[in-house]
Design a protein around this ligand. Sequence first.
Ligand SMILES: *Cc1c(COP(=O)(O)O)cnc(C)c1O
Length: 429
Amino acid sequence: MFFYSTANPQHIVDFRTAALHGQPPDKGLYFPERIPQLSASFVKNIKQYSKEALALEVINPYVGNNIDKKSLENIVAETINFPIPLQSIGDRISVLELFHGPTLAFKDVGARFMSRCISYFSRNSSKKTTVLVATSGDTGGAVAHAFLGVANTEVIILYPSGKVSELQEKQLTTLGDNITALEVAGNFDDCQALVKTAFADAELQDKFTLTSANSINVARWLPQQFYYFLAAQQWEATTPPVVAVPSGNFGNICGGLLAHLSGLPVLHFIAACNANNTVPRYFDTEQYEPQAAIQTLSNAMDVGDPSNFVRILHLFKQQFSVLSNAMSSVSVSDEETVATMKELKQRYNYLPDPHGAVAYHALKKHLDQHTGHQGYFLETAHPAKFDTANLTGLTPDWPPAVTHLMQQKKVAIQMESDFNALKSFLLQR
Ligand SMILES: *Cc1c(COP(=O)(O)O)cnc(C)c1O
């Protein structure tokens, strides 16, 4: 399989190059030259596959012979070595829990797959690969845990001081080994700008093999299809589900749409957004008008110009009517989010995180209008990761896997939001 740049179809690379470089030099996004089609018997017998065999079947056409079969099998097995349960919570609604990975958010899957691919591709290189990543919270932790101890790689994470939750900060700053955290006096945009400048710097490019672990990397995007296939294995009803996805950069839902176009039965997708409503407005007006991000309670979705939306338009060949048949999008306010968290706890004894609550709200609205439909929403993070207790007065149980983290000592290097400071840090180590 080859991948072309959405900005220039003549620019074509293999999976290895797309995964190592992240983004084409023309600033487009890598996109598969064709959508693999699953056989009808595969879809019909989906419940008979092990989850590893299923995931391997899904990802194999994209990777091709860039990774040998045995290694790819291992990579896939390590990527999903935790439960991804679909649970009914009543009234035609189920929840797909994506927070059972090491950092309690769905980004673990993409990050784990990517880290192992990068390690495989650099296994015979004399230079180690340096992953430079800016985070607003979840990405950094997922990437750090995914690369921890992975041979021939190191990770440098830039995070905005005082702007990530306590647990998120512990996840970034307590690992040690090949993971370094830089606490930047600035906001997420400053961190991202520093990383971008570093990638454009000739001297750094020369000294290091730099890779971004950005969510647009195909090695993070493509394995997100697994969630939807694993849900299909657990889906009991005879009619396909309506699926609601909390969306920010639209990488996750774009994985779902890709799975669907490959043959996975889904009735309809709902992109659930917070007040950052660029895509809901697009579906209303057919005009794509990005805007500056607005801060909300579901802060991992505070994105005003979702980078993966271009891929969604490509998937549907820019045909608005086909796209709006497959997918719609809803904006949910912070007030509705908090009320939904409380309502879910009260009615079903299920306390979601703010992102999952946004998706539940959007799904509920749809199901109220379509009484024959059933569906599930994606719970993309554990409620303990966010300010759930302060928002709702309800305290989520702490998963045992993270309680020990809170006792560990934060180790971070303080840094001004200044490229020269970053550059001399990188060169002087
Ligand atoms: C990143 C994130 C999202 C948004 O996912 P996209 O793929 O960017 O749309 C939603 N919820 C949580 C908890 C996240 O960390």
